[in-house]
Design a protein around this ligand. Structure first.
Ligand code: HEC
Length: 156
Protein backbone atom coordinates (compact mmCIF):
# COMPACT_ATOMS: atom_id res chain seq x y z
CA UNK A 1 0.00 0.00 0.00
CA UNK A 2 2.80 2.35 0.91
CA UNK A 3 4.48 1.66 -2.45
CA UNK A 4 1.24 2.39 -4.27
CA UNK A 5 0.82 5.68 -2.47
CA UNK A 6 4.38 6.73 -3.25
CA UNK A 7 3.71 5.95 -6.89
CA UNK A 8 0.66 8.18 -6.93
CA UNK A 9 2.53 10.95 -5.20
CA UNK A 10 5.27 10.84 -7.87
CA UNK A 11 2.74 10.86 -10.67
CA UNK A 12 1.04 13.87 -9.11
CA UNK A 13 4.33 15.73 -8.89
CA UNK A 14 5.27 14.96 -12.49
CA UNK A 15 1.92 16.24 -13.76
CA UNK A 16 2.18 19.38 -11.68
CA UNK A 17 5.71 20.07 -12.92
CA UNK A 18 4.93 19.73 -16.63
CA UNK A 19 1.71 21.72 -16.55
CA UNK A 20 3.42 24.41 -14.49
CA UNK A 21 6.01 24.85 -17.26
CA UNK A 22 3.34 24.96 -19.97
CA UNK A 23 1.38 27.51 -17.98
CA UNK A 24 4.50 29.56 -17.43
CA UNK A 25 5.06 29.81 -21.17
CA UNK A 26 1.51 31.01 -21.80
CA UNK A 27 1.68 33.35 -18.83
CA UNK A 28 5.04 34.78 -19.85
CA UNK A 29 3.89 35.25 -23.44
CA UNK A 30 1.67 38.09 -22.16
CA UNK A 31 4.83 40.18 -22.19
CA UNK A 32 5.18 39.55 -25.89
CA UNK A 33 1.54 39.88 -26.88
CA UNK A 34 1.59 43.59 -26.00
CA UNK A 35 3.52 44.01 -29.26
CA UNK A 36 3.25 40.77 -31.25
CA UNK A 37 -0.44 40.21 -30.31
CA UNK A 38 -2.00 37.09 -28.73
CA UNK A 39 -1.93 35.21 -32.00
CA UNK A 40 1.66 36.24 -32.81
CA UNK A 41 0.41 37.83 -36.04
CA UNK A 42 2.11 41.13 -35.17
CA UNK A 43 1.26 44.54 -36.61
CA UNK A 44 2.60 45.07 -40.16
CA UNK A 45 5.23 47.80 -40.22
CA UNK A 46 5.50 47.99 -36.44
CA UNK A 47 5.87 44.49 -34.90
CA UNK A 48 6.77 41.52 -37.07
CA UNK A 49 4.74 38.31 -37.04
CA UNK A 50 6.28 35.58 -34.90
CA UNK A 51 3.61 32.97 -35.71
CA UNK A 52 3.71 30.45 -38.53
CA UNK A 53 7.12 31.45 -39.90
CA UNK A 54 9.78 30.58 -37.31
CA UNK A 55 9.65 26.76 -37.67
CA UNK A 56 12.89 26.48 -39.71
CA UNK A 57 14.83 28.11 -36.87
CA UNK A 58 13.93 25.29 -34.45
CA UNK A 59 16.04 22.69 -36.21
CA UNK A 60 19.26 24.65 -36.74
CA UNK A 61 21.81 25.48 -34.10
CA UNK A 62 22.22 29.05 -35.34
CA UNK A 63 18.43 29.50 -35.48
CA UNK A 64 17.98 28.39 -31.88
CA UNK A 65 20.86 30.61 -30.80
CA UNK A 66 19.26 33.56 -32.61
CA UNK A 67 15.91 33.08 -30.84
CA UNK A 68 17.55 32.95 -27.40
CA UNK A 69 19.64 36.05 -28.15
CA UNK A 70 16.64 38.06 -29.38
CA UNK A 71 15.01 37.48 -26.02
CA UNK A 72 18.20 38.13 -24.08
CA UNK A 73 19.45 41.29 -25.77
CA UNK A 74 16.60 42.45 -28.00
CA UNK A 75 16.90 43.34 -31.66
CA UNK A 76 17.72 46.60 -33.40
CA UNK A 77 18.05 47.67 -36.99
CA UNK A 78 16.07 47.42 -40.21
CA UNK A 79 14.71 44.04 -41.26
CA UNK A 80 12.19 42.73 -43.76
CA UNK A 81 9.48 40.18 -43.05
CA UNK A 82 7.13 39.05 -45.80
CA UNK A 83 8.01 42.11 -47.88
CA UNK A 84 7.35 44.61 -45.08
CA UNK A 85 10.21 46.62 -43.57
CA UNK A 86 10.62 47.03 -39.81
CA UNK A 87 13.15 49.56 -38.60
CA UNK A 88 12.26 49.46 -35.02
CA UNK A 89 13.74 47.84 -31.97
CA UNK A 90 12.72 45.19 -29.51
CA UNK A 91 13.91 45.62 -25.93
CA UNK A 92 15.74 42.68 -24.34
CA UNK A 93 13.55 40.61 -22.03
CA UNK A 94 16.13 38.81 -19.94
CA UNK A 95 15.67 40.82 -16.75
CA UNK A 96 12.04 39.78 -16.49
CA UNK A 97 12.23 36.29 -17.93
CA UNK A 98 15.49 34.80 -16.53
CA UNK A 99 16.92 31.72 -18.22
CA UNK A 100 14.07 29.32 -17.38
CA UNK A 101 11.53 31.89 -18.57
CA UNK A 102 13.34 32.30 -21.90
CA UNK A 103 13.10 28.53 -22.44
CA UNK A 104 9.42 28.41 -21.41
CA UNK A 105 8.28 31.33 -23.56
CA UNK A 106 10.22 30.11 -26.61
CA UNK A 107 8.60 26.69 -26.22
CA UNK A 108 5.20 28.37 -26.11
CA UNK A 109 5.97 30.42 -29.23
CA UNK A 110 7.28 27.44 -31.19
CA UNK A 111 4.66 24.91 -30.06
CA UNK A 112 1.49 27.01 -29.91
CA UNK A 113 2.14 29.75 -32.47
CA UNK A 114 4.35 27.87 -34.93
CA UNK A 115 2.63 24.49 -34.76
CA UNK A 116 5.57 22.40 -33.58
CA UNK A 117 3.78 20.75 -30.65
CA UNK A 118 4.05 16.96 -30.97
CA UNK A 119 6.25 17.13 -34.11
CA UNK A 120 9.00 14.47 -34.15
CA UNK A 121 11.54 16.99 -35.39
CA UNK A 122 10.91 19.35 -32.48
CA UNK A 123 13.26 19.48 -29.49
CA UNK A 124 11.99 21.84 -26.77
CA UNK A 125 14.34 24.42 -25.31
CA UNK A 126 15.70 23.68 -21.85
CA UNK A 127 17.14 26.09 -19.35
CA UNK A 128 20.51 24.34 -19.80
CA UNK A 129 20.52 25.11 -23.52
CA UNK A 130 19.67 28.76 -22.84
CA UNK A 131 22.46 29.06 -20.26
CA UNK A 132 25.00 27.49 -22.65
CA UNK A 133 24.03 29.86 -25.49
CA UNK A 134 24.30 32.89 -23.22
CA UNK A 135 27.72 31.74 -21.98
CA UNK A 136 28.90 31.51 -25.58
CA UNK A 137 27.63 35.04 -26.31
CA UNK A 138 28.68 37.27 -23.43
CA UNK A 139 27.84 40.96 -23.73
CA UNK A 140 25.72 40.46 -26.84
CA UNK A 141 23.82 43.60 -27.87
CA UNK A 142 20.70 44.20 -29.94
CA UNK A 143 22.75 45.27 -32.98
CA UNK A 144 24.89 42.11 -32.83
CA UNK A 145 21.71 40.03 -32.77
CA UNK A 146 20.59 41.72 -36.00
CA UNK A 147 23.86 40.59 -37.64
CA UNK A 148 23.08 37.04 -36.59
CA UNK A 149 19.62 37.42 -38.08
CA UNK A 150 21.18 37.97 -41.50
CA UNK A 151 23.04 34.64 -41.14
CA UNK A 152 19.91 32.81 -40.03
CA UNK A 153 17.47 34.19 -42.59
CA UNK A 154 20.00 34.62 -45.40
CA UNK A 155 19.78 38.41 -45.35
CA UNK A 156 16.01 38.63 -45.80
C1 HEC B 1 7.85 46.51 -27.04
C2 HEC B 1 7.43 45.66 -28.12
C3 HEC B 1 7.92 44.23 -28.13
C4 HEC B 1 7.86 43.28 -27.12
C5 HEC B 1 7.31 43.45 -25.71
C6 HEC B 1 8.39 42.06 -27.67
N1 HEC B 1 8.80 42.26 -28.96
FE1 HEC B 1 9.64 40.89 -30.22
N2 HEC B 1 9.98 42.34 -31.59
C7 HEC B 1 9.55 43.64 -31.51
C8 HEC B 1 10.05 44.39 -32.64
C9 HEC B 1 9.79 45.88 -32.93
C10 HEC B 1 10.80 43.49 -33.43
C11 HEC B 1 11.57 43.85 -34.72
C12 HEC B 1 12.86 44.60 -34.32
C13 HEC B 1 13.49 45.43 -35.41
O1 HEC B 1 12.79 45.94 -36.29
O2 HEC B 1 14.72 45.60 -35.37
C14 HEC B 1 10.72 42.19 -32.75
C15 HEC B 1 11.30 41.01 -33.19
C16 HEC B 1 11.12 39.76 -32.63
C17 HEC B 1 11.63 38.51 -33.16
C18 HEC B 1 12.45 38.34 -34.43
C19 HEC B 1 11.58 37.95 -35.59
C20 HEC B 1 12.39 37.77 -36.85
O3 HEC B 1 11.79 37.64 -37.92
O4 HEC B 1 13.62 37.75 -36.80
C21 HEC B 1 11.25 37.52 -32.29
C22 HEC B 1 11.55 36.03 -32.42
C23 HEC B 1 10.50 38.15 -31.22
N3 HEC B 1 10.45 39.51 -31.45
C24 HEC B 1 9.94 37.46 -30.16
C25 HEC B 1 9.41 38.09 -29.02
C26 HEC B 1 8.99 37.38 -27.83
C27 HEC B 1 8.97 35.87 -27.67
C28 HEC B 1 8.61 38.34 -26.92
C29 HEC B 1 8.15 38.15 -25.50
C30 HEC B 1 9.09 37.54 -24.59
C31 HEC B 1 8.77 39.64 -27.58
N4 HEC B 1 9.26 39.44 -28.84
C32 HEC B 1 8.46 40.86 -26.98
C33 HEC B 1 8.82 44.18 -30.49
C34 HEC B 1 8.54 43.57 -29.27
Amino acid sequence: MRKLLTGFACLGLAITASSALAKDGAQLYKRCSACHLNTGAGVPGAYPAIAGRLQPLASSESGREYLVLVLKAGLMGPMTVEGVTYSSMMPGQAAALKTDGIAAVLNYVMEELNGLKGEDSWTPFTEEEVVAILENNPKVRARDVMKKRAEVFGGQ
